[in-house]
Design a protein around this ligand. Structure first.
Ligand code: S3P
Length: 167
């Protein structure tokens, strides 16, 4: 059973956090929340525009506020942006306040899903080495989530694998 705590889905860009999150919320009768969409509506502009016009540091500040806003939202499944689990203080907060699940995909699968990286400022499709380095560095941190699920398959199956088995 999924406990009465917010369930935070973490993982690299293209790991399927939003798609799986929506499926899982519907399976579990929970509310689905997408941190990136919340950031966009708070800011009144897209992630791409935030990064371009105000920089990543500003994006991370807003993201931190949005993440903490999920405190006590015990009926929710929250899809986080790929970088939200990287900051140690934020990560510890999520581990304390909710249940963290890492959607683990290979970079190849992520690449098939993300393509050229439209709308994702940190996805550098032109620099395979830099992308691989970011992927490996992030993986080491995602591994600190309470649970890991293989997310290379179909979203519905990944959601089913989470539902009823974790937390
Ligand atoms: C980011 C991932 C994006 C979004 C922003 C930064 C990251 O979300 O939050 O572009 O640092 O990995 P997705 O993981 O949903 O693409």
């Amino acid at each position: 059973m999924i406990p009465a705590r917010p369930l935070f889905l973490v993982g690299f860009m293209g790991s399927g956090k939003s798609t799986v999150g929506r499926e899982l919320a519907s399976l579990a009768g929970r509310t689905f929340e997408d941190a990136d969409r919340t950031i966009e509506s708070l800011e009144g502009r897209s992630i791409e525009e935030i990064f371009r016009d105000s920089g990543e540091a500003h994006f991370r500040d807003v993201e931190a506020r949005v993440v903490r806003g999920f405190a006590g939202r015990d009926d929710s499944v929250v899809a986080l942006g790929g970088g939200a689990f990287q900051r140690a203080d934020q990560r510890r907060w999520m581990q304390r306040e909710g249940c963290t699940v890492w959607l683990d995909v290979t970079l190849e699968v992520a690449r098939q899903r993300v393509g050229g990286g439209q709308g994702r400022p940190l996805w550098d499709a032109n620099d395979a080495l830099a992308l691989r380095a970011l992927f490996e560095q992030r993986r080491a941190v995602y591994a600190l989530a309470a649970f890991r699920v293989d997310a290379n398959g179909r979203p519905r199956e990944v959601a089913e694998a989470i539902f009823g088995r974790f937390c």
